[in-house]
Design a protein around this ligand. Sequence first.
Ligand code: FAD
Length: 621
Amino acid sequence: EEGGVAREAGFWRLSKLAVPASDDPGKDFLGVSPPLLQAIAKALKFPVASMLPEEAFSVIRKSFDARKILKEPQFVYTVDVDAKKLLDMEPRTWDFIARLEPRLGIVEYMSDERVAADLISMLNVHNKVSDDEHGIRDTVNNGSISPTRMKPRVAIVGSGPSGLFAALVLAELGAEVTLLERGQPVEQRGRDIGALAVRRILQSESNFCFGEGGAGTWSDGKLVTRIGKNTDGVQAVMKTFVHFGGPPNILIDGRPHLGTDKLVPLLRNFRHHLRELGVAIRFNTRVDDLIVEGGQVKGVVVSDSNLQPGSVDQKLSFDAVVLAVGHSARDTYSMLLRHNVDITPKNFSVGLRIEHPQELINNIQYSELAAEVHKGRGRIPVADYKIVKSIGEGDVKNDIEQVDQNRSCYSFCMCPGGQVVLTSTNPSELCVNGMSFSRRASKWANSALVVTVSSHDFEPFQSHGSLAGVEFQREYERRAAMMGGGNFVVPAQCVTDFISNKLSVTTLPPSSYRLGVRPSKLHELFPPYITEALQQSITMIDKEMPGFISSEALLHGVETRTSSPLQISRHRETYESTSLQGLYPIGEGAGYAGGIVSAAVDGMYCGFALAKQLSLFAGDI
Ligand code: FAD
């Protein structure tokens, strides 16, 4: 056809399709329900919804929206329309389709090429190199591997999301990869975390931060990211998670999460696949030093993590070393400084973790609909929240704040239906975070409330040079450990008392934290500019979410490891350190990611960039 539908046949994307929560089949239904068909018909201005062929539509995103400005809570969909399938409809409906035009913000035309490109990028990061049709090499410009060349040897240090994805890409592309992880595989790590919860034994190398899967394994497994959920990199990561056993709904859910129970088997499958590809995985193996010759990294010095550094060392040679150590590898940072690696302090955030009964948050966020969540029908997701408050100049009065002017206070890593956990890697330092299981069924909702801090806040720790931010964190973790009185007991305070600067004298409300809480003056733990920013923002949040300040809400100290306190400088294109050849700093610990997905994406792209430098494939990325 000329000019009509045939010329434009391809995929259309309809977004912001709202279905009232009371009409929707619920959060786990990802098909096209009759009410959704009606919303589609309305968006297309098509008169009879039931005449639209269901098979022409596929849901690609579904989110729950319970904002107070809405008349009632709703599910919001993004749907792709296969125009070719619409063409099979009765000829009379053709007139209508021919008139389809992108409508402001609702309909976005997607060319076949765009769809193909999306698919290719999503496809088979996990495919074997031998699979020429869809393998990862196709995603990188039809590269080809020279079978005669000796394989380059690459060490990946750290098996968090960034390290795992770098290992996957490099192994797929033919490098000889060794993955070095100071912690234990997930099976043993689970037992170590159990011993921590029950017997208060903290294994310094196998805990909530260290071990297979990295810091996010015993976590809520939120897969939301600020780097754009529809980008090729994010989609490739999400597809890979599904390939290794993640539930397919994470590809569609607007706020996807996995939960620890789903993450653990996923990581086991990931490990088996890496081993099938020939990756040598060494757990319980800590990298203590780099072997540097003539300004070039030639290998690493490793030791058994259970032994003191230097007691039984082993030197391993590599052509390149990818450093994916996360933000808690403080010993590794110090080692890098000894090699004069370029490191600069970076802003991050610190604060406290607040916990409410989940029912209270459901009531605040959902009003009448909360009753349905409480009945446990599972149709509506348990309520969460995300808050950002800006504390402006003059609002917080003290010397340091006058220099800083603006600070943000925001909720971070909110875990609905979760629990507060200990993320210390050393018994004399205490910090917390949150985790949950996939069903998010616990009776608590916790979230960090944190305030941004930047280099001038680290001035008292200037003698530590580039590690001033690390020392800043350490200082408040030590104070928290002392306030708690030891044995991993967490200092806690009712939010009502925190905002009025007084010790909680009545019995504290219950907490999900397993190792005990102690009434403490948390308002005296941080410097006033942090405490006052937290107090002000909590008051502001309560205006938006009445009931947030409640006698049932308990603050836990401290939340310090929100992101890396430093950045290891690297070249933009090659990912190589600006100060040491052969070193590739990636992920959260290097200051290039903040969360599971962004760390995985960073690792994946570093894998491509390094493969290119190692001549594993020809052409550009
Ligand atoms: P990491 O995951 O930290 O991995 C680094 C790895 O390197 C570790 O396994 C460590 O043992 C290893 N290592 C360190 N030093 C050495 C060395 N010298 N030698 C050998 N191995 C070494 N993010 C989200 O997006 N969603 C969430 O819901 C979420 N919840 C979280 C809950 C908790 C309790 C915690 C602690 C974090 C959570 N995060 C969450 C943050 C997320 O885990 C991190 O952003 C992410 O794991 C960073 O990935 P990474 O690969 O950069 O580093």
